[in-house]
Design a protein around this ligand. Structure first.
Ligand SMILES: Nc1ncnc2c1ncn2[C@@H]1O[C@H](COP(=O)(O)OP(=O)(O)O)[C@@H](O)[C@H]1O
Ligand SMILES: [Mg+2]
Length: 298
């Protein structure tokens, strides 16, 4: 392998006339947790589907674990795990039986499979439900089982498409822990998310995607520094944030901005300064920034 678990060059994909991926380039170093952050409809699932050989690209070069997704699809499949991969969770079986079955199908011994199963049931808070048929499970329990199933066998590259969507806080934390454990074992993890906090907390690198294009890449810190120094936050008398305005962080810029604002906001408006959050980054990158100040004070 070249040091990159995933390499994408000039990737394009249309569905009918709709351009869904419009020239995507990205490189994921081996062993990284890489987050693809973007709003609904940005093209995240399509990209994951192409990386995992489920959908073919129209144009571009895509390599996963060193293999070409088009000409070496079988090698790619053997190198990856994917959530939802075993969509046919057996409803009649229990969670424990499902996990064990996958373990055995993937070549684990019965001891290995039993150990892995117990571990995953514990991690995803399914111990109490372990011996109940899946058909009795709630949506959240199914989601957790689906994730557990994708983790039965460790492959070099793990794809997680919005893994924590619909999970409660506890399961979300548990999944983050699992992800960091897998990273320690050298597994490359490529996940998509709409949650800025998640990308911020977990990822070594983040790519922001919107409208089928990567609009920024970097660490959370790098992305935050791109949007500037300090954010001015305005609050009303009830202490609700009514407006946030990015500034360069220089005294001149902050003074200029405050002067502009002074005549335009109610007298009891309070101001504070804070560092940019991933939310600010996201907003700045995914909306056309014509004139932030004009927009935010108009
Ligand atoms: N199989 C498909 N056929 C037609 N359009 C699709 C198909 N899959 C996705 N799309 C469209 O492509 C766009 C990107 O979808 P998707 O990759 O699912 O985005 P995301 O996962 O970021 O929400 C959406 O507008 C979606 O409607
Ligand atoms: Mg999606």
């Amino acid at each position: 392998m070249s040091g990159f678990a995933i390499e994408v060059v000039g990737l394009k994909k249309k569905f009918g006339k709709q351009v869904v991926l419009d020239g995507v380039d990205l490189k994921v170093p081996t062993g990284y947790v890489y987050a693809l952050l973007g709003p609904n409809g940005a093209g995240k699932t399509t990209l994951i589907n192409i990386l995992s050989t489920l959908v073919t690209a129209d144009e571009g070069n895509v390599r996963v674990a060193g293999y070409d997704v088009r000409s070496e699809a079988n090698e790619v499949k053997r190198s990856i795990s994917l959530t939802g991969q075993f969509a046919a969770v057996d409803e009649i079986l229990t969670a424990e039986e499902n996990l064990n079955m996958i373990g055995r199908l993937c070549g684990l011994t019965s001891e290995q499979s039993a150990m892995r199963t117990a571990d995953l049931l514990e991690h995803f808070n399914l111990v109490d439900a372990a011996k109940k048929q899946v058909k009795t499970y709630s949506g959240g329990m199914r989601r957790r089982l689906d994730l557990a199933i994708s983790l039965v066998v460790n492959r070099p590259v793990l794809f997680l498409d919005e893994p924590t969507t619909g999970l409660d806080t506890t399961s979300r934390r548990a999944l983050w822990e699992v992800i960091l454990e897998l990273k320690k074992q050298g597994i490359t993890i490529f996940l998509t998310t709409q949650y800025l906090e998640e990308a911020d907390q977990l990822a070594d690198r983040i790519a922001v995607i919107t409208g089928g294009r990567i609009v920024a890449t970097g660490t959370a810190e790098e992305l935050k520094s791109q949007v500037g120094g300090e954010v001015i936050e305005l609050r009303n008398a009830k202490d609700d944030v009514i407006r946030t305005i990015p500034t360069t962080g220089s005294i001149q810029d902050i003074r200029f901005t405050l002067n502009e604002l002074a005549s335009k906001v109610p007298q009891d408006t309070k101001i504070s300064l804070r560092k940019p959050s991933m939310d600010d980054v996201f907003l700045a990158l995914t909306t056309n920034k014509t004139n932030n100040l004009e927009e935010s004070i108009s």
